[in-house]
Design a protein around this ligand. Structure first.
Ligand SMILES: *[C@@H]1O[C@H](CO)[C@@H](O)[C@H](O)[C@H]1NC(C)=O
Ligand SMILES: *[C@@H]1O[C@H](CO)[C@@H](O)[C@H](O)[C@H]1NC(C)=O
Length: 324
């Protein structure tokens, strides 16, 4: 389950004490708001997440987790703040899952984020390329297996180099870099800070398995949120039935808050509504108050803090104080 695109927005486990993370989260937000931007973008483009976090004076832990099906995942944790809030005692966990082709870098590149995972239903996905490829998802993944490609768009030095050389301010190519991002994940110049492109391309795309893409495609073409469709024969062996079983969203009893926008080509409002109606314990559904707000703006948007994070953080505080 860890490996799949989990629909949880944020999992808050309030284990200890009274709102222990609040001060730290606040500090993190403050840091990235005022002194938000880096002094050296070219450097930030080539630092990995632990280096980035440490560069800005935060402690960092790395943990590895082995999934039940044998994958070894690395997780990054910032256990406490820098100064006023560097109480090093036990703190609760805020789990943030990144999206397809992303990594934990998304949450430190521009500022603090919130685990805004993709919605589960994708029939209304408006990305033309994805829609065109979706019906062929399984054959594409078979083909990729045959020719020995297991990973799609791994993070390569070439992206970092291209980001630094071609996408920086005053580079002639910069508008094309912006367009590439827009074409993939929605157009919104209002929230786009082109100056940050070198840092973004230094960390994104971060790679995904070919099968994850195939699974994503199946979600679009089948309009079902279900396990991987291996084809009838193998489904029968794996699941004891010829079609892949649906994920049972009623089993998600965690209180869920959904944050969405009307201009996100990868998370259509109808799909958000459908997800909302099938969850067991949905608490709130919040539309971003800017009509042009798009997919990547949840991470890289200039006003993401004001439009999204502040609300997410206040809900975290409330849930934390309720100790649910
Ligand atoms: C865009 O990013 C640069 C570099 O980090 C920063 O100096 C600038 O203030 C940002 N622009 C906006 C509109 O936020
Ligand atoms: C935070 O940690 C630093 C060094 O680790 C220490 O000098 C400082 O007094 C601490 N601040 C608080 C408020 O505990």
């Amino acid at each position: 389950m860890l490996r799949s695109l989990v629909v949880l927005v944020c999992v808050v486990s309030a284990l200890a004490g009274q709102s222990p993370n609040a001060a730290f989260v606040e500090e993190l937000v403050e840091l990235y708001n005022d002194g938000r931007f880096s002094d050296n973008l070219q450097e930030d483009a080539s630092l990995d997440v632990p280096e980035l976090v440490r560069k800005y004076g935060y402690p960092l832990e790395e943990h590895t987790v082995e999934t039940s099906d044998g994958y070894i995942l690395t997780m990054h944790r910032i256990p406490h703040g820098r100064e006023a809030s560097n109480d090093t005692g036990q703190k609760p966990v805020v789990f943030m899952m990144h999206g397809l082709l992303s990594s934990s870098a998304d949450y430190v590149l521009m500022g603090p984020g919130s685990g805004l995972a993709p919605v589960a239903f994708m029939a209304n996905n408006r990305n033309l390329l994805l829609n065109a490829l979706a019906p062929f998802a399984r054959s594409l993944s078979r083909l990729a297996n045959l020719i020995g490609i297991g990973e799609f768009m791994p993070n390569r030095l070439i992206y970092t180099w291209a980001g630094q050389a071609l996408c920086k301010d005053e580079a002639l190519f910069q508008p094309i870099c912006s367009s590439i991002l827009f074409l993939i994940a929605g157009w919104n110049e209002k929230q786009h800070n082109a100056t940050m492109l070198p840092v973004i391309f230094g960390h994104t795309p971060a790679g995904a398995s070919v099968r994850q893409f195939a699974h994503y495609g199946q979600g679009i073409s089948g309009n079902k949120f279900r396990r991987f469709d291996h084809g009838m024969a193998k489904n029968l062996r794996m699941y004891g039935r010829i079609s892949a079983p649906d994920y049972d969203l009623r089993k998600i009893t965690t209180p869920v808050f959904l944050h969405y926008s009307t201009n996100d080509p990868l998370a259509h409002v109808n799909d958000v509504d459908k997800l909302w109606s099938e969850l067991k314990n949905p608490v709130g559904k919040f539309k971003v108050q800017e009509n042009t707000f798009s997919h990547l703006d949840f991470m890289y948007g200039i006003d993401a803090r004001a439009l999204v994070y502040n609300r997410v953080i206040s809900f975290l505080r409330v849930m934390d104080s309720l100790e649910v």
